[in-house]
Design a protein around this ligand. Structure first.
Ligand code: SF4
Ligand code: SF4
Length: 472
């Protein structure tokens, strides 16, 4: 029985409710007047139910799709302006006891080199990331009770936060590790993590069990209920995601939106972020076993529909996607991207991207962070290295309240300009710096409150003089 406030996976991600939703979507996908009603509801920018969203997704009318894209762009602009937050993944260890068939780190793969970073190696990696200009990391590790116990993760977080190299510092560490206990989530919260990220991979239980034949991750309910335990453990911000290509996309889209509704109903706070990875080629993984791959057009529409359905949730895309695909979806709702990423353990030790045998997936966008920053600015986006909310205690319901009433904009925009200025001063190439200085000058004009504008100008001057780390 479907029950969004239940703590049981089978009730808040009800298989029957998803099947009924898909049937509803297919039945009414040509009912243009009903779809227009939904679009008009969506234009209030307060979100949509999973059923309404599934119907928009199923509708194949090109003019409706155009309207969906336009509305997604408008909502994106309203909530996120032209800012794009940048981050990088840091792979700590690829030891893993799980058997996920789509991931090269699965236990049975002898073709991958196993590696776990020592604290000294983490220090080297973090210095390399700081020298690129990164302020926000997402740490990644396989599940392994001996190689990667929670103590190792906690020690690594402490190491990362402690490194201050030149003007660099990592100001927010998001964590992507396996589902764990309330007690371990409490320890992560106490360690000061930003968002806890865990991809569901697929919401379809049967497929999930087939794709995860062995290891603790094979327990669908334990995995699906992880965000509940994370929130019970005091983690305010959680990040959802599915791996598109593993299952039917309409099923997955409905599932992830139901998951968001569940968190909102049970905890009063929806997900902080939703990630939209697509399956990629990788060592030891046979892509032909996955027949549910989606084309770029469907992918773009999924991004747009998620943007409309959950306007307050940040959306993340990684370097799995090509520059062209990333450019397309930026205007449809994506608010965070990774840049200059290495998906290998210890990957930041070389200047050029190199697979040292530990790669998790093949990267499409191999540009440096400097190139990404310049590219974003040339597309009129403001690259942002802001981490202010988490450091000001604006997390969970406090963050959502500010987001919902639009006040967060008063912080995001000046913070983006100040953190961009820091980047330009400390890390940018002369060409990128020239583009950035011009952009900051123009964008200052768009700060509506005179007082905030004045303070921002003063702080930008102070950054030129060597001061760092201002925030609203
Ligand atoms: S997806 Fe995660 S849990 Fe599964 S094999 Fe890869 S690293 Fe391990
Ligand atoms: S002010 Fe908060 S919401 Fe805005 S970019 Fe910074 S951290 Fe994100």
């Amino acid at each position: 029985m479907y029950n969004p406030s239940s703590s049981k996976a089978e009730e808040f991600i009800s298989h029957q409710e998803i099947l009924d939703t898909i049937q509803f979507a297919n039945q009414y996908k040509n009912n243009i007047s009903l779809i227009r009603e939904i679009l008009s509801k969506a234009s209030l920018e307060k979100g949509l139910s999973h059923r309404d969203a599934a119907l928009l997704m199923a509708c194949e009318d090109p003019s409706i799709t155009k309207e969906i894209y336009a509305l997604a762009g408008k909502i994106k602009d309203h909530y996120y302006g032209s800012r794009i937050v940048l981050f990088a993944p840091l792979y700590l260890s690829n030891y893993c006891i799980n058997g996920c068939t789509y991931c090269p780190y699965h236990r049975g793969n002898s073709g991958v080199v196993r590696r776990k970073l020592s604290q000294d190696e983490i220090r080297e990696q973090v210095i390399a990331l700081q020298d690129m200009g990164h302020k926000r990391l997402a740490i990644e590790a396989g599940e392994h009770p001996i190689h990667n116990p929670i103590e190792y993760i906690l020690e690594s977080i402490e190491t990362i936060y402690s490194i201050k190299h030149k003007n660099g510092s990592i100001r927010r560490v998001n964590v992507n590790i396996a589902a764990t206990t309330v007690e371990n989530y409490r320890r992560l919260a106490e360690a000061g993590i930003g968002t806890y990220v865990l991809f569901q991979e697929t919401y379809h239980r049967e497929s999930y069990e087939r794709l995860h034949p062995t290891g603790p991750k094979s327990n669908y309910a334990y995995h699906t209920e992880a965000m509940d335990r994370a929130m019970e453990g005091g983690i305010d911000d959680v990040g959802l995601g599915v791996l598109f290509g593993l299952g039917n996309y309409l099923y997955e889209l409905t599932g992830i939106l139901m998951h968001a509704e569940h968190l909102e109903t049970r905890f009063g706070v929806g997900p902080h972020t939703i990630s939209v990875p697509r399956i990629r080629r990788a060592e030891g993984v046979d892509p032909s076993q996955f027949t549910e791959g989606i084309d770029d057009e469907t992918f773009a529409k999924i991004c747009a529909v998620i943007r409309i359905a959950v306007p307050y949730t940040g959306m993340i895309i990684s370097t799995r996607e090509s520059a062209a695909v990333r450019e397309r979806v930026l205007s449809l709702g994506i608010s965070q991207i990774s840049g200059g990423s290495r998906t290998t353990v210890g990957g930041y030790e070389t200047e050029e991207y190199e697979d040292n045998g530990t790669e998790q997936f093949d990267i499409s966008d191999r540009r440096t962070l400097d190139e990404i920053v310049k590219w974003l600015m040339e597309l009129s986006y403001i690259p942002s290295f802001c981490t202010a909310c988490y450091r000001e205690g604006r997390t969970g319901d406090r963050f959502m309240a500010l987001c919902k009433n639009g006040q967060i904009q008063n912080c995001c925009h000046p913070n983006a300009l100040m953190t961009l200025k820091e980047y330009l001063m400390d890390y940018a190439s002369p060409e990128t710096r020239a583009v950035g200085e011009k952009l900051i000058k123009e964008q200052l004009r768009h700060i509506p409150a005179e007082k905030v504008k004045m303070i921002t100008e003063e702080r930008l001057t102070a950054i030129e003089g060597g001061s760092r780390d201002f925030r609203f």
